[in-house]
Design a protein around this ligand. Sequence first.
Ligand code: HEC
Ligand code: HEC
Ligand code: HEC
Ligand code: HEC
Ligand code: HEC
Length: 347
Amino acid sequence: MKKALICLLSMVFVLAMGSMVLAAVSGPCVNCHTMHNSQGGDPMMLGGVTGPLGALVRSSCLGCHTTTLSDPLATPSGGSGLYPFVKSTTAGFNDDNCLAGGFFPADDGTANQGKAHSLGSTAAPPGYNATPDWYTGDTNGLSCAGTNGCHGSQSVLDEMGAIKGGHHAPPTVYRILWAYNNGTVTGVAGIGATDYEKALIAGTSAPPGSYARSAATKARNIYKAGTTNDTVSRLCANCHGQFHSDVGSASPWHRHPTDVKLPNEWTVQLDTLETDVDAKYNPFGFDALVTTGKKYATCLSCHRAHGTANKDLLRFAYLTGDTGTAAIQSAGSGLHYGCLGCHNKQR
Ligand code: HEC
Ligand code: HEC
Ligand code: HEC
Ligand code: HEC
Ligand code: HEC
C-alpha cells in the first residue's frame, strides 16, 4: 500500500517536472480563442484567416506562426510569451536568421519553388510508399498537421484536432510529431533547444576551409537516430518511405542512407567533438538522447523540415543555382561542413 502511494507520488512528481521543462502557451485565453467567432457581429479571426476553426482558435497554424517582422522568436503585438515563427511576410527569413525547422518563403512563387515544403501543394510526396495509403494532401493540399500533413496524428483530418493538447500540455514527443510505421504509432524522440536554435543559427557561419574546431557552445536540438521507430527520419518516411527503406544495407549504397552509423574509422566518428558548425550545417543523430555516443546520419543532417534558401530544403548550397551559403560543396574544396562535415576523405 505504502509502496503504491510512493509510486503514485513519484509519478505525479515526474508529470509535474515534465510540464516544467516542456514549453506550453501562456497568456489570456482571448489572445488565442474565440467562443463564437463573433464580437459585435464581427468575426474574431486574426491575420486574415477565415473561421471558425477547430479548438475555437483565432487563427490557423500559419496564421499564428507567421510574423510581419524579422525576429523568428518573439512576442507578437497583443500576444504573450514567445511565438516560434516559421514564416516572415516582409523581408522573409534566411539561412542565418530562422529557427531549426527552417522557414517557408515570404513569396512562394517561382523564385522559391522547391526550396520549401509547399503548403497547399497537391503533388505526391517523392518516394511515397506507405501501406495503407493514408495521405490525403494529394487531393486536399499539403498542410501543417493531420492527414494532410506532418504534425500530430495522421488519422485526424482537422489540424487542431490532430495536435490536440499539444500547446497546453505538451506531450513528451518531440515538437508534436509522431512516426507511423505500418500501423505502429511511435512518438518521435528528441530534445528541442528552448530557443529552437535561434542563437546557434544566427551566431555560426560556414567556415571557408579548414578551421580551428571547438566544442559546441550554443543550445542545439538532439535528434534521435538508429534502428528504433522513434527517429526523426522515420517521421520523414511517413511520406518519403522509399528514401528511408529502399537504400541498400551497406556500402555501396544505392540511395543515401539515414539511421546508419558513420563508419568507425571515419575521422568524424573518431572525433568526440561536436562543433556549432556541425550542429548548424550537418547535425548528427544519436541512438541515445546524448551527444556523446556514436554519430548517425539522419534526414535532418542535410535538410531542414520547413524550408531553406537552397533548393530541396538543403542546409547548404549544393545544387546549381544555390547561393544561400558560403560555397557549393565540391570535392577537394577543403570545406569542413555539410557533405564534407562527414565525408572527410573528400575534403
Ligand atoms: C497563445 C495561444 C493560446 C492561449 C493564450 C490559450 N490557448 Fe488554448 N489552445 C491554443 C491552441 C493553438 C490550441 C489548439 C491546438 C492544441 O490543442 O494544441 C488550443 C487548444 C485548447 C483546448 C483544446 C485542447 C485541450 O487541451 O483539450 C482547450 C480546452 C483550450 N485551448 C483552452 C484554453 C483556455 C481555457 C485558455 C485560457 C486559460 C487558453 N486555452 C489559452 C492556444 C492558446
Ligand atoms: C493561436 C495561436 C497558435 C495556433 C493557432 C497554433 N500555434 Fe503552435 N504555437 C503557438 C505558440 C504561442 C507556441 C509557443 C508555445 C511555447 O512553447 O511557449 C507554439 C508552439 C508550437 C510548436 C512547438 C512545440 C514545442 O515543442 O516547443 C509547434 C510544433 C507548433 N506550435 C505547431 C503548430 C501547428 C502544427 C499548428 C496548427 C495545427 C499550430 N501550432 C497552431 C501558437 C499557436
Ligand atoms: C505529410 C507528408 C510529408 C512528410 C511527413 C514529409 N514530407 Fe517532404 N514532401 C511532401 C510533399 C507532398 C512534397 C512535394 C510537394 C512540395 O514540394 O512540398 C514534399 C517534398 C519534399 C522535398 C522536395 C521539395 C521540393 O519542392 O522539391 C524535400 C527535400 C522533402 N520533402 C524533405 C522532407 C523531410 C526531410 C521530411 C522530414 C523532416 C519530410 N520531407 C517529411 C510531404 C511530406
Ligand atoms: C551526417 C553525416 C553525413 C553527411 C552530412 C553526408 N553524408 Fe554521405 N554518408 C554518410 C554515411 C554514414 C554514409 C554510409 C557510409 C558507409 O556505410 O560506408 C554515407 C554514404 C554516402 C555515399 C555512398 C558511399 C558508398 O560507399 O556507397 C555517398 C556518395 C555520399 N554519402 C555522398 C554524400 C553527399 C554528396 C553529401 C552532401 C549532400 C553527404 N554524403 C552528406 C554520412 C553523411
Ligand atoms: C546526405 C544528405 C542527404 C540526406 C541524409 C537526405 N537527403 Fe534528401 N536530398 C539531398 C539532396 C542533395 C537532394 C537533391 C536531389 C538529389 O541529389 O537526389 C535531396 C532531395 C530530396 C527530396 C526531393 C526529391 C525530388 O524528387 O525532388 C526529398 C523528398 C528528400 N530529399 C527527402 C529526404 C528524406 C525523407 C531523407 C531521409 C530519409 C533525406 N532526404 C535524407 C540530400 C540528402
